[in-house]
Design a protein around this ligand. Structure first.
Ligand code: TRP
Length: 449
């Protein structure tokens, strides 16, 4: 076995660590709430498996067939026009944007881990005030936790694939799953549990609009970490002779199951407290903490477990965002792993400080451009434009540029002909079409109700 490569299970945990993040535990429950539950969850599951998984398998295929950084991978595999395709490799830059607001949110999570044991808010009103004043006024605390996050992430990456990334995920991912199982078992005996199950799985067309489909497509990309060569880069450190379809399927299933578990836990607790789930992004940071307080001592434990789970999920994702840029610098620019890591991390760290400040009252004015502050801009540009763009480029590359023999050899032995055809259909037609509509909608060219 190559000394700095993932073991098979190491790859699965690391890729799942990348995929399972804020998207699953924070965002999925609130967009499900906003889009009325039931139908949305079904559409989401369909898009994840039909479109998301196809591209996921595609990224794993590309990375594992060259075992090189993303730029070199596209150069090596493009039969002609290398000089253009190599730029698809640079979509890792999208990740650096995501990393900035991702680490700002991790800083909030650290604050809420501490708050769980010191002082949970005593009412919904107070909870909202606490969150807003933390966000707007408490630059110092945010900055400390934000800095801590970067140190942890950079330290892990500097240790390399085996001793850093694999080791971290081997500890954090099983712990995360353990915590979610405990929370789910607790939720099952709550009065609101059946209501949560109904809400998530009973089709309800009231709040479901055509735009919900677009939300589902966008989230399918975000939640699987596809479209910015992260998965491709992890797969470049995968041992040969891995069944890439099976490994991808396991990761996608884990990602989906964890999102559903998180949804059930959050909605059970929310319904039991007599609250409604359609509370937007504030569900985790405003509604839940107040409910945890109402629950007394057990609430403190639940709060602690919940925010620790959220932190673990987010840190393993943040780590994966840096690796593609680092691998590129190490292989193509002859930089040492240490230097590459600290360079990339420092760049994102400084950029992220502006993102952090753009939420604060002191600086929001100078860091707001048009309708959005920097935090919202970075989120919007990366999730709504750059990620889908990266996804479409990867789909086009695999579906129309890459030699079909390479594809066939990489997929058919593991799955047979039928699966291969469905997969290729998804890559060539479904995925580009879905992403195209998504981009039209996000850019305001078409409006959906
Ligand atoms: N998948 C992550 C989540 O669900 C978010 C994400 C999107 C991401 N693209 C990424 C994480 C690339 C790491 C790398 O929260």
């Amino acid at each position: 076995m190559h000394k700095n490569r993932f073991s098979r299970i190491g790859f699965i945990l690391a890729a799942a660590g990348s995929a399972v993040g804020l998207g699953n535990i924070w965002k999925f429950p609130y967009i499900t709430g906003d889009n009325g539950g039931g139908v949305f969850v079904l559409v989401y599951i369909a898009t994840v498996f039909l479109i998301g998984m196809s591209i996921f398998i595609g990224e794993v295929l590309l990375g594992s067939s060259t075992n090189k950084n993303a730029v070199t991978t596209f150069e090596t595999l493009a039969p002609k026009e290398k000089q253009y395709w190599k730029y698809t490799g640079f979509t890792f830059l999208t990740g650096l944007l995501i990393l900035t607001f991702y680490c700002v949110v991790i800083a909030w999570i650290f604050n809420y881990i501490v708050m769980s044991v010191t002082a949970l808010p005593t009412s919904f009103k107070e909870s909202e005030e606490i969150f807003m004043s933390f966000l707007k006024e408490d630059i110092y605390t945010q900055f400390i936790y934000y800095t801590l996050t970067f140190i942890m992430v950079a330290y892990t990456i500097s240790k390399g694939v085996k001793k850093g990334i694999e080791k971290l995920n081997n500890i954090l991912m099983p712990s995360l799953i353990g915590i979610l199982v405990i929370l789910l078992i607790y939720s099952i005996q709550l009065d609101g549990f059946m209501k949560a199950v109904d809400f998530m799985f009973m089709p309800n067309f009231d709040k479901f609009h055509s735009s919900s489909i677009i939300v589902a497509v966008g989230h399918a990309f975000f939640t699987l970490s596809i479209g910015m060569v992260t998965i491709l880069t992890y797969a470049a450190s995968l041992d040969k002779n891995t069944n890439i379809v099976k490994a991808s399927a396991i990761v996608v299933i884990m990602d989906t199951v964890i999102a559903i578990m998180a949804g059930l836990v959050i909605f059970s607790i929310t319904f039991t407290a007599g609250q409604e789930p359609s509370k937007g992004p504030g569900l985790a940071f405003i509604i839940l903490p107040a409910i945890f307080h109402e629950m007394g001592t057990i609430g403190i434990f639940l709060s602690l477990l919940f925010f620790i789970a959220l932190a673990f999920a987010a840190i393993t994702s943040a780590v994966s965002i840096i690796e593609p840029a680092v691998m590129y610098l190490v292989e193509r620019r002859n930089v040492s792993r240490q230097k590459a890591t600290y360079g990339v991390a420092l760049f994102a760290y400084i950029l992220g400080i502006f993102v952090l400040l753009s939420n604060t009252s002191a600086f929001s004015e100078s860091l707001t451009f048009g309708s959005k502050n920097l935090f919202d801009w970075f989120d919007f540009i990366s999730s709504a434009i750059l990620l889908p763009f990266g996804g479409i480029m990867i789909a086009i590359f695999i579906g129309y540029v890459l030699d079909k023999e390479i594809l066939r050899k990489a997929i058919v032995p593991y799955t047979g002909e039928v699966f291969y055809r469905i997969w290729l259909f998804s890559i060539k037609y479904l995925a580009p079409f879905a992403v195209f509509v998504l981009m039209l909608k996000e850019s305001g060219i078409i409006t959906l109700n």
